[in-house]
Design a protein around this ligand. Structure first.
Ligand code: F6R
Length: 615
């Protein structure tokens, strides 16, 4: 939520910051702003709406340049998205300027104190309070910017990643983080700041990920000082080498990132399996699990914590772990888990799933589990993310950057990692026959080809999207492994097309949702699982007899359901545990095409942000 960017060096900062913000726009797009230092003066421009709007405003200015600057793209928390509440925010003297990602929880009490001291506030934001607190401390204590930022942050309760500049210090940017991500790109006598590495990928591959509770005083042509916020100790962070290349964060000829990412799924699954699945020898190699195998084998229970789509992957894993590895599993929304005093035993394993690796609730759930002595395993996509660092061990999903706000390939690769762990543990625990084990491995090794085949249904799905695009409600039904897929399909539709949709276990329909069925409400039914085939068929009949429309996802060659459904989408047959890989993709495509046909902003749906770093 919110993206921050900064630059200090000898190049023109404006294009660097503007392009950086465009890369971070997935983090929030309620408003944007840039502030540059040039020749003793600060030039600042902000605008409600997307970065393109800000760019238009700035292009009217004759010179908007400088060698140092900060920028922000906002997902509003305090104060409605308007020009005034947009970042950067400035102090009363107009000398300090700040961009901030996070929430200052005690901002109203700090604001009251500052008002009593004569400070005036022009916006509704918590950030304006922070910049004035820094100013107040700087003036009172007569100290340098870095020290004032450090002192101020010690009064603050909440989460932040900030970059601050001071007109009196034209060669310095002070950055700090707690609970929100921040990294520093190290160039040749120049520094880049970003909420993630994408803003500076085309300038440098050397990065320092600032740890939680750390700050840096970045000085042009001088040694950067890295220190803890809480005390005066210095830190010595390692410079890491980035391996992501620029092409991965571009649209590559697709109309939207979401469509590109849907189409990347076969490759993303191969990348996730690479080096882990040795089909010929039948070995699953996962160092994160191998190194802690005793803990996994001794676990009484696995609790999975996650949010949104990652939570849906967790629900599928519940079926996988219990059925394949015979380990009891609970799946919890991280936001609920963290506040309900869960009973956590030392022998429990917590698996935290997060694409971004920055989700605030998931991070808090991890910290809680760790404080109770549980072993925490992370499944993240973003390399170097906070969750990947905070967990005891883990696996990256290797989906590559996911830019579209609606999660697609991250989900598929999370399922891949979870399936690998479940099958691996089933073998280590000796709860699987070698025939079944080989079958599980073989099916996984061929799933990428089946996903590619499902992508071939795109045109058909597009036509179906055209037929149902004006519905105001949709019902998604599935059973077993495909109940979470129904939830995921409904979430995809809701978030990018703003059509209300609900996912249900098919049999639950009779207990309430059936009341909604009429000719205007399509039901999307996942009917691939053989075990439930007849039962789903009956559910479909029940909907049809109430004049409801049926779009069914069935295995290739299906006879029965195809006869009665209004539309069918055929997917290649696979084992039950892997059906979510082939059934999710038509639902992603359906949501995508409906949203495009309705003219919605697919990659940046309203009110959402890719990385939810606030509670
Ligand atoms: C839905 C979506 C969100 C995320 C959720 C968790 O398409 O993207 O529901 O899945 O915000 O995010 P991560 O996985 O980054 O923790």
């Amino acid at each position: 939520m919110c993206g921050i960017v900064g630059y200090i060096g000898s190049k023109d900062a404006y294009p660097i910051i503007l392009n950086g913000l465009k890369r971070l726009e997935y983090r929030g797009y309620d408003s944007a702003g840039i502030c540059l230092y040039n020749n003793g003066k600060i030039a600042s421009k902000k605008s409600k709406g997307q970065i393109s709007k800000l760019e238009k405003k700035i292009s009217k200015l004759k010179s908007f340049s400088g060698f140092m600057g900060i920028g922000h793209t906002r997902w509003a928390t305090h104060g409605e998205p308007n020009d005034n509440n947009s970042h950067p925010h400035s102090s009363n003297s107009n000398e300090l300027h700040i961009v901030h990602n996070g929430i200052i929880e005690n901002y109203s009490s700090l604001k009251k104190e500052l008002v009593d001291k004569g400070f005036v506030f022009y916006t509704d934001t918590d950030t304006e309070v922070l910049v004035n607190l820094i100013e107040y401390i700087q003036l009172k204590e007569k100290i340098k910017l870095g020290e004032a930022v450090q002192l101020a942050l010690n009064y603050v309760v909440g989460a932040y990643a900030i970059a601050v500049i001071d007109i009196k210090k034209p060669d310095e940017i002070v950055v700090a983080r707690l609970g929100s991500p921040l990294c520093i790109g190290i160039g040749d006598d120049e520094y880049f700041i970003g909420s993630d590495v994408t803003p500076f990928l085309d300038h440098t591959k050397n990065v320092i990920y600032l740890n939680d509770g750390e700050m840096a005083i970045i000085r042009n042509h001088k040694q950067t000082q890295y220190r803890k916020i809480k005390d005066d100790s210095f830190t010595n962070p390692t410079v890491e080498k980035l391996e992501i290349d620029l092409a991965k964060i571009q649209k590559g000829g697709f109309d939207h990132f979401m469509l590109k990412e849907i189409y990347e799924q076969p490759k993303a699954v191969i990348d996730t399996l690479r080096g882990r699945l040795k089909t010929k020898s039948g070995i699953i190699k996962m160092s994160g699990v191998d190194d802690y195998i005793d803990k996994f084998l001794a676990a009484n229970k696995i609790t999975i914590v996650a949010c949104g789509t990652s939570w849906h992957a967790g629900l599928i894993a519940e079926y996988m772990f219990e059925k394949i590895a015979k380990i009891p599993v609970e799946v919890e929304y991280a936001s609920e888990f963290r506040y309900r005093n869960p009973v956590i035993n030392k022998s429990d394993i917590i698996i935290a799933i997060s694409q971004s690796g920055e989700t605030a609730d998931t991070l808090a759930a991890i910290k809680l589990a760790k404080s109770s002595g549980a072993f925490v395993y992370g499944i993240c996509n973003v390399v170097g993310s906070t969750i990947s660092r905070e967990t005891d061990a883990g696996s990256y999903t290797h989906a590559g950057p996911e830019i579209g706000v609606a999660s697609t390939k991250a989900f598929t690769t999370q399922m891949t990692v979870l399936y690998l762990i479940a099958v691996k543990l089933s073998k280590s625990k000796g709860v699987i026959s070698s025939k079944k084990y080989r079958e599980y491995i073989y099916e996984l090794s061929s799933i990428e080809k089946k996903i590619t085949k499902v992508l071939g249904t795109d045109n058909k799905v597009k036509k179906i999207a055209n037929k149902i695009k004006n519905s105001t409600n949709c019902l998604y039904l599935g059973r077993g492994y495909n109940f979470p897929v129904a939830l995921e399909g409904a979430l995809k539709l809701k978030e990018i097309s703003y059509i209300h949709a609900e996912g249900y276990p098919a049999a639950e329909m009779k207990h309430g949702p059936i009341a909604l069925i009429d000719k205007n409400m399509p039901s999307i039914v996942i009917a691939t699982n053989k075990l439930y085939y007849d039962k789903i068929l009956s559910n479909i009949q029940e909907i049809k007899s109430r004049k409801g429309k049926i779009i069914a996802i069935v295995f290739e060659g299906d006879k029965e359901i195809s006869k009665i459904a209004d539309e069918t989408i055929e997917v290649p047959e696979t084992i039950a545990a892997l059906t979510p890989f082939v059934t999710t993709i038509p639902l992603q495509l359906l949501a995508y095409h409906i949203a495009v046909k309705l003219g919605k902003n697919v990659d940046q749906p309203r009110n959402l942000a890719k990385s939810v770093t606030v509670e």
